[in-house]
Ligand binder design. Structure first.
Ligand SMILES: Cc1cc2nc3c(=O)[nH]c(=O)nc-3n(C[C@H](O)[C@H](O)[C@H](O)COP(=O)(O)OP(=O)(O)OC[C@H]3O[C@@H](n4cnc5c(N)ncnc54)[C@H](O)[C@@H]3O)c2cc1C
Length: 476
């Protein structure tokens, strides 16, 4: 039996697992997909928001400001890239009042490093902006991080400290048997736990209902993106937002920590909790609205597009409850990534209030060594690592300069990569200009060899994503 079970291995569940792994407890994370970071965590804007957006007094405001303060250290401990690149909320002259209102709200939320800047200063900072803009809110604490890398590292750190991860474990029923929760998966497996943490993202209302809480609901709000080639990664230095609307923070233009340029997201309310398809309407909106912010965006350099689903809760705020040894985290839409470390800290407090009485481990390892990134090594480092293991001398992904050695590492680390996209998220192999066109077959071969599976059993991203290995010419 486990002391604590966490349902959902997104960045919120991952951060909670990492925070609780320092206690001497039996901890398990349950995830319905075949990898971690498969929900909103893998498809978002990747911004560590400064904290001026959310209404003062809300949980969103409280955890965003605290999470933003914590993020740099958390990322450093987990060996994850983080960059305090600052953010700008830009405005036309007729939107000036809104900028002043956001500035005032930011001050009330306790955000440091805010100022309103005028046109001259704005264009000195970011020359590629729309010339009709007249002022902006500058947030010095705005930052960027890689969200799925953060989640993978957090879960990995929890596992390195003894936590279990059960993948393909779709929770379909939760029953209380005395003091113990019995949690059942779609395939009939069960686990038992004293405490249950529900961090199931857009499905957190369904999990809450299994624990007898049907007080709220969560609906998905689609957000589509276009990602541009690394050639465009310096188009802006800062994250550029436009003044927000009631549907969200609008279309942003932002560099990513890996040096690409990101445009999006749209905001369209949906019913289907799994529909992450992209649409031509979405692309048109991104193109129209991002030109409000910037001038001459090189739209011909788009290398991929994707869509994430915000988990919009019916209360308008994060929904965080502790009842009968169940902690529910629902409606964790933006700024959920920024808030995740602070939410985890709060969950630790809630568990103590609920009676968790565990001692700290003496051998807890707070840090996680980043995986090798061959492309970032000096020539001397490259020579040294190839001498130790010649698999680092074989480039598999030519766009991103990813080696066989790094892919093998990703397959054997915690949490292990078991499909092509899992390797991609851990190594960046297949993330470049050709989007895996050249390297995917080699990645498949390496996965099959390392996992001792038949090549036909290696998928792109789990169930149903079969890769075709028939010949295209000659006998089939
Ligand atoms: C378009 C968009 C833009 C955003 N931009 C930002 C931003 O720039 N900055 C920011 O701070 N935040 C942003 N966010 C919000 C942020 O992405 C989320 O708040 C965060 O990723 C939520 O993490 P999570 O772990 O709660 O949810 P998820 O990442 O969705 O994880 C939930 C997990 O639960 C699993 N699960 C669901 N049901 C079950 C079940 N029955 N059994 C087992 N497992 C289950 C899912 O498979 C999933 O892996 C954005 C979100 C979107 C969609």
């Amino acid at each position: 039996m486990y002391d604590i079970v966490i349902i959902g291995a997104g960045v919120v569940g991952g951060m909670i697992a990492r925070t609780l792994a320092k206690y001497d407890i039996n901890l398990c994370i349950l995830e319905k997909e075949n990898d971690v970071a498969m929900g909103a965590t893998k498809a978002n804007s990747a911004i560590v928001h400064a904290g001026f957006d959310a209404k003062e007094g809300s949980l969103k405001a409280k955890f965003n400001v605290r999470g933003s303060e914590m993020m740099e250290q958390v990322a450093a401990e987990l060996g994850v890239k983080y960059k305090r690149n600052e953010s700008l909320v830009v405005a036309f002259e007729n939107e000036r009042a809104e900028i002043e209102a956001i500035y005032e709200r930011g001050l009330r939320n306790g955000v440091k490093g805010l100022s309103i800047i005028e046109k001259d200063e704005l264009f000195a900072l970011e020359p590629n902006l729309n010339p009709d803009l007249s002022c902006a809110l500058l947030a010095k604490t705005g930052a960027i991080v890689c969200p799925y890398e953060l989640c993978i590292a957090a879960v990995g750190n929890a596992m390195d400290n003894g936590a279990d991860l059960k993948l393909d474990f779709e929770v379909v029923n939760i029953e209380k048997n005395g003091e113990v929760y019995v949690i059942t998966a779609a395939d009939g497996r069960t686990v038992e736990a004293k405490y249950v943490i529900n961090s199931a993202g857009v499905y957190s209302d369904k999990i809450a209902a299994m624990t007898g809480d049907a007080d709220f609901n969560v609906h998905p709000r689609r957000g589509e993106y276009m990602l541009l080639d690394k050639e465009c990664g310096k188009f802006t230095q800062r994250t550029i937002f436009h003044t927000p609307t009631k549907m969200g923070k609008g279309i942003l233009v932002s560099p990513t920590v890996d040096g690409n340029l990101l445009l999006g997201p749209t905001a369209v309310d949906m019913e289907d909790k799994d529909d992450t398809s992209t649409t031509s309407e979405g692309f048109n909106t991104i193109i129209d609205r991002s030109t409000d912010n910037a001038n001459g965006i090189p739209f011909n350099k788009v290398i991929t597009s994707f869509c994430g689903l915000r988990a919009v809760g019916s209360t308008g705020d994060f929904i965080i409850k502790s009842r009968n040894n169940v902690i529910t985290l629902a409606g964790i839409e933006s700024p959920g990534l920024s808030s995740a470390p602070a939410i985890a800290e709060y969950v630790e407090e809630l568990l103590k209030e609920a009676g968790m009485n565990a001692s700290l481990k003496t051998d807890f390892i707070p840090t996680r060594k980043p995986a090798h990134a061959f492309r970032e090594m000096s020539l001397a480092e490259k020579n040294e690592i190839i001498k130790k293991d010649n698999r680092y001398g074989r480039i598999v992904c030519r766009c991103e300069g990813v080696t066989e050695g790094e892919i093998v590492e990703a397959i054997h680390q915690n949490p292990p990569a078991s499909d092509v996209d899992g390797v991609k998220r851990r190594t960046r192999g297949g993330m470049g200009r050709c989007q895996g066109g050249f390297c995917s077959p080699i990645v498949v071969e390496i996965l099959a060899r390392e996992l001792e599976r038949h090549i036909d059993d290696i998928t792109k991203f789990g169930k149903g994503s079969v890769l075709n290995y028939n010949k295209t010419k000659g006998d089939m």
